[in-house]
Design a protein. Structure first.
Lengths: 70, 353
């Protein structure tokens, strides 16, 4: 948040289950416009393939957010 | 006195009021006392401070904890006005950054703030420290603990499944408040140990799980009881030990256990050292699951390779809190903390003379 307020591009990554908490935090802290990348839940206890899939999800969403075609 | 809260016009029936509060997600699922302006004003009159004064923003939604909002929730919980200074001291303590209230509110772990009241005010308001102190049955314990929960839900915004992400929640989240049984303790009470005078009244908040029972009906020496307590404290499934720098254990000794331990010449510090030395698991057991691989340990622990080596649950004996509470019987309790919150204490400063 401090980075974003200072002009550095910044955002938040949350799993879909924690999306309401993340949105609530952004709004409560007055940075509701900050980019939010949402990936599948859960993260803990996942095998490597599951972690890779979420990493790809995050990269795809990040690319879309910054307007990069992949 | 000017109150700023929204005024609801509801039918004059307990059922209608309860239903209206449930529909708005303003309660814990149990009936509430309607927070009428008269009741809220009576609550506020018991403390020094103005209704609009805020103790700070309460996470996870960072809404201001004004005395008025805290009084509204204390009325709803069933508090008497004389309980309100204890509620305020507890909220002040929970807002200390060391308590990490955001973590306590939003985690998937079943943590609840346990309130421990020390000093003469516990006796003044009838806070139970003896038999059955964790409940049920005692108005001060039940309603002060409940007021904290309602405040965390209604002011903080910690609604289960929304911003309180606890996987199961916990019965301790309904209400979790005791007093130390100072008259039954063979040692200086918790607040005296912290440096307060015995005649001061002090609240401690501890972000803990519900109590884990320590059943020892046979030990006649300190070591036996403390081995049983240490074994209860060291389990693979507990958060304690994985994030060592934040790990704390609370040992609630029943008076009979405390007497046996003290009769063996143990001081309270001896109890802490004994539990520190024995509440341990072998490295080989720690590798089986829990949080193995994502633990935050000091370098010396990470360097251990012998699977038989016993590793500690907390960083030092000072991270173990010991209080005496409860009534007759050969039981004590261990309360592990959530490992991202540290115990915080505050004296009662808002008692109106």
């Amino acid at each position: 948040m401090e980075l974003a307020k200072g002009g550095t591009p910044a955002g938040l990554i949350a799993t879909v289950t924690f999306q309401p908490l993340a949105v609530g935090q952004l709004q409560a802290l007055g940075v509701g416009g900050l980019p939010l990348i949402v990936i599948d839940h859960p993260l803990g206890g996942e095998k490597l393939e599951g972690v890779r899939r979420r990493a790809h999800q995050a990269v795809e969403e990040l690319a879309a957010l910054v307007g990069v075609s992949r | 006195m000017t109150l700023r809260s929204q005024v609801l016009e509801l039918p004059d029936s307990p059922e209608a009021v309860f239903q209206a509060f449930c529909e708005r997600e303003w309660c814990d699922g149990l009936p509430i006392i309607p927070p009428t302006p008269e009741r809220v004003e009576a609550m506020l009159a018991s403390v020094a401070g103005d209704a609009e004064e805020s103790l700070g923003p309460l996470p996870p939604l960072w809404r201001e904890a004004t005395l008025e909002k805290l009084a509204v929730n204390s009325v709803m919980a069933g508090c008497l006005p004389e309980f309100f200074p204890v509620v305020l001291a507890a909220v002040e303590a929970m807002l200390d950054p060391a308590f990490n209230l955001y973590g306590v509110q939003a985690t998937t772990h079943p943590v609840a703030p346990l309130l421990i009241l020390n000093g003469p005010y516990a006796r003044t308001i009838g806070m139970q420290s003896g038999a059955g102190c964790f409940g049920p049955g005692f108005r001060a314990n039940a309603t002060i603990g409940r007021a904290l929960r309602l405040i965390l839900m209604n002011v903080g915004g910690g609604w289960p499944g929304g911003h309180d992400m606890a996987t199961h929640g916990s019965p301790a989240k309904y209400s979790y408040a005791i007093a130390e049984n100072e008259s039954a303790s063979p040692w200086a009470s918790h607040h005296v140990e912290l440096g307060y005078a015995a005649n001061q009244s002090v609240v401690t908040v501890f972000g803990g799980e519900a109590p884990h029972n320590v059943n020892d009906h046979v030990s006649t020496r300190a070591a036996g009881i403390l081995h049983t307590a240490s074994d209860t404290a060291a389990t693979l499934g507990s958060n304690v030990k994985w994030y060592l720098s934040q790990s704390q254990l609370l040992i609630v000794l029943g008076p009979e256990h405390a007497a046996t331990i003290a009769a063996d010449g143990f001081s309270k510090d001896d109890v802490k050292v004994f539990v520190f030395e024995h509440a341990r698991l072998p490295l080989g057991t720690l590798k089986l699951g829990g949080m193995w691989g994502i633990q935050e340990w000091p370098d010396w622990m990470l360097a251990v390779t012998d699977d038989r080596a016993l590793l500690p649950s907390v960083a030092s004996p000072e991270e173990i809190l010991v209080v005496v509470a409860g009534g007759a019987g050969k039981h004590s309790a261990v309360v592990p903390n959530c490992t991202f919150s540290r115990a915080v204490h505050r004296p009662l400063t808002r008692l109106r003379a």
